[in-house]
Design a protein around this ligand. Structure first.
Ligand SMILES: [Zn+2]
Length: 121
C-alpha cells in the first residue's frame, strides 16, 4: 500500500470520495469516545466487514451514516473489497493480512483526524 499522505491526497481528487464530512453528531461522538475507543471500533469494523475472503454483502456492507468510521471507510475507499482492490490493489477473494488491516485502520484514523480539524465549526 502507498503512504497515508499519498492515499489521502489521491482521495481528495475524487469528487465522490472528497465530499464526505463529519456531522456535528459525528464530531460530538468522536469527542465523547476518544481516539482509543474509535480506533478499536475501526479495528472491529475492518475485521468484520473487510477482512474475510468473502465478506457478507460485499459492496453494500458499509452504511453511509451512523458512525464516523463508516464515513471514513467511504471517504478513503476502504468500504468494500471492490474499492480496496481498485484503489489499493488489494486482491479480492482472500483474507486480509494483519498488516493490511492495520494499514487500513491507520488510513481511517488519519482521515478522521484530518476531518476533525477541517470540520471544526
Ligand atoms: Zn466500496
Amino acid at each position: 500500500m502507498q503512504t497515508i499522505g499519498q492515499a489521502l491526497d489521491r482521495l481528495e481528487r475524487s469528487a465522490f470520495r472528497s465530499r464526505f464530512r463529519l456531522s456535528e453528531k459525528d464530531r460530538r461522538y468522536l469527542e465523547e469516545k476518544g481516539t482509543e475507543v474509535i480506533r478499536r471500533h475501526a479495528e472491529d469494523f475492518v475485521r468484520q466487514k473487510l477482512a474475510p475472503a468473502e465478506p457478507a454483502n460485499d459492496g453494500r456492507q458499509t452504511p453511509m451514516r451512523g458512525h464516523p468510521v463508516f464515513l471514513a471507510m467511504h471517504a478513503t475507499a476502504c468500504c468494500c473489497r471492490g474499492c480496496l482492490e481498485k484503489w489499493y490493489h488489494v486482491p479480492r477473494h482472500r483474507e486480509l493480512t494483519e498488516e493490511e488491516q492495520e494499514a487500513i485502520v491507520r488510513i481511517l484514523m488519519a482521515w478522521i483526524r484530518r476531518r476533525t480539524e477541517l470540520d471544526k465549526p
